[in-house]
Design a protein around this ligand. Structure first.
Ligand code: F3S
Length: 755
């Protein structure tokens, strides 16, 4: 399954020279994050120092990973690049489309029936283009990546926000949208604003009931859900070194919950042990040779305030187990204060379900510590009060914990083992009775706990904790239970206490697995046929967008003037629409249905200028398109903020919108529009937004001279025949103008591939 040792050797071969050069240019010792960033520049050896939080820089990541929900559109687009193979090692993981209901076997069977065509498509396209394919049931993307592909000092991107999990093995791993993944798979550079750096110094040592999870729960409480935005969080100190590699993975994983670009740890013995335990002694040997380059320069950790933009210090010896929630992962409560907080806030104390696992906490160590608590329930005659479920992170972990008897122990407390997949962590949990929407409390070891995230019930209060604490709480059935001080009454009426959890960092007998669920791609995929049914409602092969005809856009009709906030969720809603992620025409029926029409302050109700009638936004857009009339979207500030989902740019392009004209853009969405061959413009004078009327027609009268830094003049013709002239700015460079001319960035890559 083939991590690519030659690729890793190549990264290390370049690293020393690039890091040394960067240190000279920057003129001071370097953090680990800087070393990895500067050794992955698209242009190779650094020639300048970059300003954190300011400069946009092109990088060359080593790997790409995609999960099944986001991979669909990414791979449909990649097919257009005209490349015989992906340019960098890439894997696809089937984990999001598997619903948890009764247990692993039945649930997996049902998922394969329900999403068969999506899995077949992903399998065939992976086979064709040299992509490693992890079948449904093989495991959750981030656990599988940590076990097989992550390596110290590497840089990867993945189409999932928790890609950051690979920081546990000393990588810079960053979650991106599908469009970015397509760029890298196609051999293009990947752009990122040079991040700011937050240093977290861990002193002391974890012990007793406190786990790595509590470190990140504490950090989330300090930084809040926005505190890490635009920054890499780098952990260091004796506490970090004493922690397992998978524990580090848990901390990095939930860096996504503080909005961080990513998180990482310097190379140490725990990483060496983990690499060797997961059959990668050759990577461990190579990393050992590079040890000095795989951590920060000594001066940095000795004087962190000088080198990081912000420093946080946590003493692990004093850290208490935490529970974070409900409804937000940064509401951090030490377990000793939980009863008081719950009573004060009227949170139901009665726990209905405890769930462990997910990509965040499903390592062998996590499960062994949890099982040490579950075992005590049997030994001490405690009947668990709440239901209990486990979602192993990979088949390798599941197989090994079964071999070591852990699943038998969980069985004794009536636990349900779900498939090795996301399941309840992403709302794919068909929880009995959740449709009644009763107010209730659950505890889990996942990462997110937003409303409806687990079971779709907005009245489920979810609290996040370590697997061992979740297990103890499920046994107690009481949110206020503090296992360090409180007693429980057993079946004999006796008072008993739970002993501290214990476990193994790595399996004593080594990991084992019969069938890891990996499918290697064909050596030569040229004859492999990609499977997409003609009448599929979930998948649709993409047709290339039309190139620009070189003429001014004339007679464009206003589709919608969006009022106020218009995020990518307003432009392309999630929820039930996720089903159509691989079908551009079907998912386009959600285009801008969340945007507020500035003329009637309603959503999804806009005027069709051809008929004078009001209709739904996608329907009106389709009518303009059918009539051969171009359309335009006008918006307010920070248009397209939110996620990097490329559907928000592809849908308007598909439905005939030619121009998006706004007061300001969220940068990623602006780039996505450019990549799809759209014209993304901003009002030169913001007040001109107010001049746009409901029945306006737009002529872009000097588009033929489209050039960098040259404003575009728009004639706005009003209903009464009067006219305003509006000037628009744009941020296209020459390369991006070439995308516009070609119809999309991918058209341009495809044309180059054909040459
Ligand atoms: Fe899946 Fe939840 Fe992780 S959705 S990738 S288990 S955050």
């Amino acid at each position: 399954m083939a991590f690519d040792i030659d690729m890793i050797k190549k990264v290390y071969a370049n690293m020393a020279e690039r890091v040394d050069k960067a240190r000279e240019l920057v003129g001071r010792p370097l953090t680990l994050s800087e070393k990895i960033l500067y050794s992955h520049l698209w242009d190779g050896t650094p020639s300048q120092a970059f300003t954190r939080g300011k400069d946009y820089v092109d990088f060359a990541p080593d790997r790409v990973a995609c999960q099944d929900a986001t991979a669909q559109m990414a791979l449909l687009q990649f097919m257009h690049a005209g490349k015989p193979k992906v340019a960098v090692p890439t894997t696809v993981h089937c984990d999001h489309l598997i619903q948890a209901k009764v247990g692993a076997d039945k649930d997996l069977k049902r998922a394969k029936e329900q999403s068969n065509e999506v899995f077949d498509f992903l399998s065939s396209v992976s086979n064709k283009y040299g992509i490693g394919f992890w079948k449904p049931g093989a495991g959750i993307i981030h656990q599988v990546v940590l076990e097989n592909y992550a390596f110290p000092g590497g840089m990867m991107i993945g189409t999932d926000s928790h890609t950051v999990n690979a920081g546990g093995l000393g990588m810079l791993a960053i979650g991106v949208g599908g469009a970015d993944a397509v760029d890298v798979m196609s051999g293009m550079a990947w752009e990122l604003k040079f991040p700011k750096l937050i240093g977290v110094k861990l002193t002391g040592k974890l012990s007793g009931w406190t786990a790595p999870k509590d470190v990140i729960l504490k950090v989330a409480g300090i930084l809040t859900v926005k505190g890490g935005t635009g920054a890499i969080v780098e952990y260091f100190g004796e506490g970090a070194e004493a922690m397992s590699c998978t524990g580090k993975g848990t901390i990095c994983n939930m860096g996504a919950e503080v909005g961080a670009t990513t998180s990482t740890f310097g190379y140490d013995d725990s990483m060496d042990r983990y690499l060797r335990a997961t059959n990668r002694a050759d990577v461990a040997d190579e990393a050992a040779k590079m040890a000095d380059y795989l951590t920060a320069d000594k001066e940095v950790y000795a004087n962190p305030e000088t080198y990081f933009d912000q420093v946080i210090e946590i003493n692990l010896s004093e850290l208490e187990p935490h529970l974070n929630g409900p409804f937000t992962p940064d509401l951090a409560t030490p377990i000793s204060k939980m009863r008081e907080e719950a009573e004060k806030n009227d949170w139901p104390l009665n726990i209905q379900v405890g769930l462990i696992g997910s990509c965040t906490n499903s390592s062998y160590e996590d499960i062994s510590r949890s099982v040490s608590i579950a075992k005590q329930a049997d030994e001490k005659k405690l009947k668990p009060k709440a239901k209990f479920t486990i979602t192993p992170g990979s088949e390798q972990v599941r197989y090994t914990i079964e071999r070591d008897g852990f699943i038998d122990t969980f069985d004794k407390i009536g636990a349900t083992v779900f498939a090795n997949a996301c399941g309840p962590c992403i709302g794919m949990w068909d929880r009995e009775g959740s449709e009644k929407q009763e107010r209730n409390t659950i505890v889990h070891s996942f990462n997110r706990n937003f409303s409806k995230r687990a079971d779709g019930n907005p009245n489920t209060l979810a609290f996040v904790g370590s697997p061992e604490l979740v297990t103890a709480l499920a046994i107690a059935g009481d949110l206020g239970f503090n296992p360090m001080t409180d007693k429980l009454i057993n079946e004999n009426g006796e008072e008993v206490m739970l002993d501290e959890p214990s476990g193994w960092e790595l399996p004593e007998k080594g990991f084992a697995v019969e069938d890891a669920g990996y499918q290697a791609p064909a050596k030569d995929g040229s004859d492999v046929e990609v499977v997409v049914k003609e009448d599929s409602e979930r998948l649709q092969l993409l047709a290339p967008f039309q190139p620009w005809d070189g003429e001014n856009i004339m007679g464009a009709k206003l589709l919608i003037k969006a009022f106020g906030k218009c995020t990518t969720d307003h432009i392309s809603m999630a929820g039930p629409w996720l089903r159509f992620r691989g079908h551009l025409d079907n998912i386009s029926n959600n285009m801008l249905i969340g945007g507020v029409n500035a003329y009637n302050m309603e959503t999804n109700k806009v005027k069709n200028q051809l008929t004078g009638e009001y209709g739904e936004v996608p329907a009106v857009a389709r009518e303009y398109k059918a009539a051969g009339v171009p359309s335009i979207v006008v918006g307010d500030h920070n248009y397209g903020e939110g996620s990097s989902r490329e559907h928000a740019a592809m849908e308007p392009r598909h439905l005939g919108v030619r121009v998006v004209l706004v007061k300001s853009f969220a940068r990623i969405h602006e780039t996505n529009l450019k990549k799809q061959g759209m014209l993304a413009l901003t009002f030169a004078n913001e007040a001109d937004y107010d001049k746009i009327q409901e029945n306006d027609t737009f002529n872009f009268i000097d588009l033929e001279e489209f050039a960098p830094d040259r404003q575009i003049t728009i004639e706005v013709i009003h209903d009464d025949g009067s006219k305003d002239t509006v000037l628009a700015n744009h941020s296209y460079n020459d390369g991006q103008i070439a995308w516009f001319k070609a119809g999309s960035a991918l058209n341009l890559i495809a044309a180059a591939s054909r040459k």
